[in-house]
Design a protein around this ligand. Structure first.
Ligand SMILES: Nc1ncnc2c1ncn2[C@@H]1O[C@H](COP(=O)(O)OP(=O)(O)OP(=O)(O)O)[C@@H](O)[C@H]1O
Ligand SMILES: [Mg+2]
Length: 86
């Protein structure tokens, strides 16, 4: 199966120290090429958060977001903002 995006063990939190709130607790998902995906969940469950992480709008705590061989989870903010990174 040709994969477009592969997410492995993605952890994302907002806030720091005693204000840290973990939103994504280790998500793994594989999205094949030429597929359509729906994300379902209650309000506040993290749907927009995971989309922002996959889109490179938000940084992540840990895990991998693979576009082919390229793991954007380890990109700096500048790399995430650059059209030339992928
Ligand atoms: N920038 C932020 N700073 C701090 N907490 C945030 C931030 N963005 C989202 N959150 C929190 O992260 C959690 C997940 O929010 P998110 O917006 O991803 O949920 P959602 O599933 O998209 O909800 P909805 O269905 O209402 O759009 C919520 O508890 C929210 O308050
Ligand atoms: Mg949302």
């Amino acid at each position: 199966m040709l994969l477009m995006i592969k997410v492995k063990n993605l952890i994302k939190s907002y806030g720091r120290d005693e204000n840290r709130t973990e939103i994504l607790h280790g998500i793994s998902v594989s999205i094949p090429k030429k597929s359509f995906v729906s994300i379902l969940g209650t309000s506040g469950s993290g749907k927009t958060t995971i989309l922002n992480c996959i889109a490179g709008i938000e940084d992540v705590d840990s895990g991998e977001i693979l576009y082919g061989e390229t793991n954007i989870a380890e990109f700096s903010k500048e790399e995430r903002d650059s059209e030339e990174s992928i």
